[in-house]
Structures are given as C-alpha cells and as structure tokens.
Design a protein around this ligand. Structure first.
Ligand code: ATP
Ligand code: MG
Length: 655
C-alpha cells in the first residue's frame, strides 16, 4: 500500500523535537553601519504597501505606477500602470550615474587562466549588441527564448538582452538531458535557443551542442539556434545554427531600451523537480526587480562601493537568476561568476577564488557546505579568507552542525550566516535573518523579512502558537511572487492556493519556537508519521549530522505494521570514519539522545552517495521507494542515476 501523505491528513501539528540554544549576535561594526535596521520591521508592519513602494523607488521607472497592488486572489498585479526596463535598471543607469568603469562581473573560468572582467560599460555594449542581434533574428516582445548555457558571461548577457527587448527567457540548466530540454522548449514554445558549443566541467570540455541538436530535432517551432564558441571543440552545424561571434559582434553597440509594463512577463523558469514534474514558473517585471534588488541590499548588507559578492549557484536555477543577475546588477554590485565545480583542479578552488578576488559576501548551499565538511577543515584553512564579512545559505534546511562549521571554518567566527528561505515561486528571499539586526540561531531562517507576511498554521489554517509546528503559508501577496504556471492556470490554483483558503501554501513544513522564530522543516510530503507523531525528516537528519562520524544523512518514513511509519536513515560517513558493525546502534542511540526515543530510526544504512537533483537537493521520494522495497520512481531530474543502484546494493546487508 502506498503511504498516505501524513502532513496533509493528520490533525496533529509537527512535533517539536530539536532544542538548539546557540545564538550569534550581529557583529557590532556591521550592525553600526548596516543597510537595514530593526526599524524596517515596524515600518513595514505599519504600512506594508508603503514599504514596498519605497523599495520600488530604488529602481528607475519610465512612468511611475498608479496602483501599488491589485489583488484578485490568487492573481496579483503590482505597480499597475508603471513602466520600466529591467536591463536599463541593471546596466545603463549605473553607466549614466558615472559608474561605467566599475566591475559588474569578474568571470573565472574553470581552467586556470580563463578570466574575463566586465565593467558596467562593457556590459552595456554587450547587452546592446545582443539585443540588436535578437531583433535581427526576428525575436520580439513576448516571444520565448530558451537559453541552455554554461556559466559564461554570455549567459547573463543573453538574459539581459531578452529583458531589454521584452522577450521572455526560459533558462534551462546546462546539465539537463535532451529530453528535459526539448520538453521545456516545447512547453514554452520558444522560437530561439541560445547555447554554446560546451563549457568546462571537472577539468575537461563538456559539450552542450549535441544535446541541443537532439532536443531541437523534436522542436519544429525553433527557428534559430545561436551558438557561443566557448570550448572550441568541433560541433555539427545544422541549418538553424548561427555563431554568436558572427551575428552579435557585428551589431551596433547602442540600443535604445524601450519601456515595458510592470506586469509584462520577464521569464519562465522550471522548478528543480525535487518532488515531481517541474513547473514553469512565470515572473514579471516591476515587482520582481523591486524585491530581488531590495532583498539583495538588505539580506547581504550589500555596499556596492566596496563589496565583492559571490553567489555560487548556477544561473540555471532561480538563485542565479535573482542573486547573480537581477538583484546584484540592479544594485550596481561587483560579482564573481565561476564556471566550474568546487573540486577542480583541487578541493580548495572555492577558497582560492575567495582569496583571489577578496570576496566579502558568499552565498552558497547546504549541499556544498556538507561536502566541504566531508573534505576536511584543513582545506579552507590554507587560504586567506579574511575579506569575508557575510555568509548566506539557500536551497535546503541547513543542519545546525553545517551552519556552525560554515561560520567557523569559512567565516572565521566573525561573519553572520543568513539562512534564506525562498523558492522559484517566491522569486526572492522571504524568510531570513538580517545580518546587522538578528541574533541568529544555527539552522533557523528566523523571521519573515519586512513586508512579507509568512506564518505557520495548523491543518485548519489557524496560526500555531509559539512552540508549535505546522505548515508554512504566506498570507499576503508579495511583489516578486509568481504570476502563474506557464500555460496551466489550474495547476497554479491547485498547487499553491487550494490547501488553505486565501493563503499561499509553498509546500514546506515549519515550526515556530518559543521565541517566535521560524525553523524550516522540509517539504510536508517528507514529514513522517510515527506512532501518531508528525516528525520532520530535517530534524532527524540534523541529529545524525551532529554525530562526528556522519557527513550527510537522508531520512524517510517507511510503512510499518506497528508504528504506521518507521524512520529509515541513509547516511554517508565522514572521510575518516570506518563503517563498523555497531555504527547503526551508535547512531540510533545518538538520535534517541538528541531528539528522544520517538525519533530513533528503525534502520540505518551506510551508503556511498545520496540521490540528489541537479541542484543538489536530496530526493527523499526515491529513498522511500528503496525503504519500502518498491520499484524506483521517476529519476529524470536526478543528477546521477547510477546512485540508486549503489544504494539498492546496500539493502540486503541492512535488513
Ligand atoms: P520542485 O518544486 O519541482 O519539487 P524544488 O522545490 O526543489 O523543486 P526550488 O524552487 O528550487 O525547487 O526549491 C525551493 C524549495 O527548497 C523550498 O520550497 C524548500 O523546500 C527548499 N528550501 C530552499 N531554501 C531553504 C531554506 N533556507 N531552508 C529550508 N528549505 C529551503
Ligand atoms: Mg518546490
């Protein structure tokens, strides 16, 4: 029998097991000159729309809006009647303000010595040429453009060129298969694909063009394929292909940016596919740029004059869209873009990049942090990272141990860590500490940002008291919220607006501790129901990771005749730890001691790898299939499908 979804069925709220007492006050110096002070919360509390109007006023508008918000639930329109150009806001206005020589991007290719520096003036010329090129290809306002590229400067340039002319980009992560790419091209009905011959990955050229050829063969609507030469490897040239250097380089480097409506579409982006078929999330112009720019300014305390900011995400994910491209550029930031993997040519590459550019703000993901922990403390210790002043985390709940490790071994105990909760759908950060204000707790996203009305409710939609747990919801519309799922209004309503009346339901569980601070507990589909208690996978995983021998853990609930569901844990040991006969007992006892006997796993399997999406998130549904001896479900969004074989092989020894 298939397990029911306990989070949705039960009357109970989430059990609150984890007790975390550590606190980290904001550094005094940072607090004294922080972009945002505690007043922002009161200001937004008094007048939420007024707060967002002031955030929107940080942008340059062609025509100011008439109405701040039109809310016809679940459809929002922000800054109605306003016009602006996103690319103008991200590029031109900084040049016009005299900052043309300021660096927009330091690009670091994977092979050493492949570097490029783009100032805001350079970016303006490149984006203008690309916008002229798109126009020559017959791409116009509202047309869809699929972008399938490595992490090279032409990727943000292509996105900004689309934004400039009002074409809607759909960036598809460069690691996806031909089938995944053609599905996304068809879903959005793109007429142009922008790609490259390939990129560098793990020390070698990794081709993209053959995948595009295979995908485009299934997409008759694609008129042209624009190809950047990056690796120089031989590619097959088809009738639709045009080289970027042939077309773009000969264009005029000036382009008049037209005004677009605040609600004109900016892009479509498909979610990571952790839970199932990806959704084509639609974002629009004015509200999206307002909130990405404001949150980037607030959450990272960005000082454009002095900071060197590095977000390590791939631009193919929403984190890259909002916090490599749109937010930082709207703020006139100087950013680093790195093409490759953290272990090429050695496991200290990230820290070498931090040292080389003097990175002051680093934004990365728990999956990366856990990998660095596994590799050992001695690696970051070899580099000078004293330039760092703020650290960020996004993508999954961060285990308290990983948070503390990040703070200590990367941040030298002096940098605040901001755990930022948000999703493709929210467009921008929603819940996060503020580095100059919040006394942060390791593993907690703390409070909704000013202007965001997130809450935790029980299954009746009633706010839980302090100390309670339940479902995360957002009660009021926010500027960068998704405007729908491309071509599927019903799925938009069903997925986000049907669980609770009048509230946005992101699908995540959360608890509110005794101080009223929020802890994200993973997806409600992952919540386990053990002997009548709802237990979050995140809490059990964090307890396992707090054991010195454990590097990573994934926990699922498997059907059990006695307890309803029983906890099954999959763990990866730290580099030096040996798999011994009694490790399972040792870890079970450790969990029982940290969280209580109810959370004790029935079974613990030591595995070499965990199944992850290409964005690095653990796919628990596949582990549930293993734990319940079912055939394994859809693995198309998995980064490495051989992982499931490795895990299945471990099974007999454990049962
Ligand atoms: P799909 O919706 O297709 O299953 P996905 O949810 O993984 O994919 P994203 O939009 O990339 O796609 O991820 C957003 C989700 O990631 C959130 O809903 C949440 O579950 C998780 N998440 C992101 N940041 C955090 C965080 N700081 N703490 C806890 N969870 C987080
Ligand atoms: Mg999701």
């Amino acid at each position: 029998m298939a397990p029911e979804t306990p989070g949705r069925e039960t009357q109970e709220t989430l059990s609150n097991l984890l007790q975390e007492t550590r606190r980290f006050e904001p550094p005094a110096e940072l607090a004294a000159s922080a972009n945002i002070t505690a007043d922002a919360y009161d200001e937004a509390e008094r007048d939420r729309l007024g707060f967002w109007e002031r955030a929107a006023d940080r942008l340059t508008w062609g025509r100011r809006w008439d109405t701040t918000l039109e809310w016809n639930a679940p459809f929002a329109k922000w800054f109605v009647g306003g016009t602006l150009n996103v690319a103008y806001n991200c590029v031109d206005r900084h040049v016009e303000a005299g900052h043309g020589d300021k660096v927009a991007y330091y690009w670091e290719g994977e092979p050493e010595g492949h570097n490029r520096t783009l100032t805001y003036s350079d970016l303006l010329r490149e984006v203008s040429k690309a916008a002229n090129a798109l126009t020559e290809l017959g791409v116009g306002k509202g047309d869809r453009v699929a972008i399938y590229m490595p992490m090279i400067p032409e990727l943000p340039i292509a996105m900004l060129a689309c934004a400039r002319i009002g074409a809607i980009h759909s960036v598809v992560f460069g690691g996806f298969s031909a089938a995944a790419l053609s599905g996304r091209i068809q879903d959005a009905d793109a007429k142009l694909v922008i790609t490259a011959d390939g990129g560098f990955r793990r020390g070698a050229p990794s081709a993209l063009k053959p995948t595009v050829d295979e995908a485009v063969a299934e997409c008759p609507g694609v008129e042209h394929v624009l190809v950047v030469r990056r690796t120089g490897e031989d590619v097959q040239v088809t009738g639709k292909d045009i080289w970027w250097h042939d077309l773009v380089d000969r264009q005029s480097d000036t382009h008049e940016a037209p005004q677009h409506d605040a609600e004109d579409p900016l892009y479509i982006l498909y979610t990571s596919g952790t839970t199932g078929k990806p959704k084509g999330i639609l974002h629009t112009t004015g509200g999206y740029l307002t909130q990405t720019a404001w949150t980037h300014h607030a959450v990272f305390d960005l000082k454009p004059e002095s900071d060197i900011y590095w977000c390590t995400a791939d631009i193919g994910w929403v984190t890259g869209h909002s916090y490599i491209v749109y937010g930082p550029l709207a703020n006139g930031a100087t950013s680093v873009i790195y093409e490759g993997t953290p272990d090429t040519p050695h496991r200290g590459r990230f820290w070498e990049v931090v040292q080389k550019y003097g990175v002051t703000i680093l934004y990365t993901a728990p999956t990366a942090i856990r990998t660095f922990m596994k590799w050992g403390d001695d690696i970051p210790a070899k580099f000078d990272m004293s330039s760092l002043r703020v650290l960020g985390s996004v993508g999954e709940p961060i285990n308290p141990e990983a948070y503390v490790w990040y703070r200590e071994h990367i941040g030298g105990e002096r940098c605040p860590v901001v755990d930022t909760w948000w999703q493709t759908e929210t467009g921008a950060i929603m819940i996060s500490p503020l580095p100059g204000v919040t006394a942060a707790k390791p593993g907690a996203a703390m409070r909704p940002l000013p202007g965001v009305s997130a809450d935790v409710v029980d299954d009746q939609g009633v706010s839980v008291p302090d100390g309670g747990g339940g479902f995360l919801v957002v009660r009021e519309p926010w500027p960068s919220m998704l405007r729908g799922i491309w071509g599927d209004e019903k799925r938009y309503k069903d997925t986000y607006w049907s669980r609770f009346d009048g509230m946005y339901f992101p699908g995540d569980g959360a608890k509110r501790d005794e101080d009223g601070d929020l802890w994200l507990l993973g997806r409600v589909d992952d919540v386990m129901l053990v002997s009548g208690h709802n237990i979050s996978t995140t809490e059990v995983e964090s307890a396992l990771v707090s054991h010195p021998k454990v590097a990573e853990a994934a926990v699922v609930g498997a059907t059990d005749p006695i307890t309803g569901q029983a906890i099954v844990a999959f763990v990866i040991l730290r580099g030096s730890a040996e798999e011994s006969a009694d490790i399972a007992k040792e870890l079970r006892d450790h969990v029982a001691k940290s969280l209580g006997p109810i959370a004790k796993p029935r079974q613990i399997l030591v595995v070499p790898e965990l199944p992850k999406t290409r964005s690095g998130k653990i796919m628990r549904r596949l582990l549930r299939d293993v734990a319940e001896n079912r055939s394994i479900g859809d693995v198309t969004t998995l980064a490495d499908s051989s992982v499931m074989n490795l895990i299945s092989q471990k099974l007999p020894s454990a049962s």
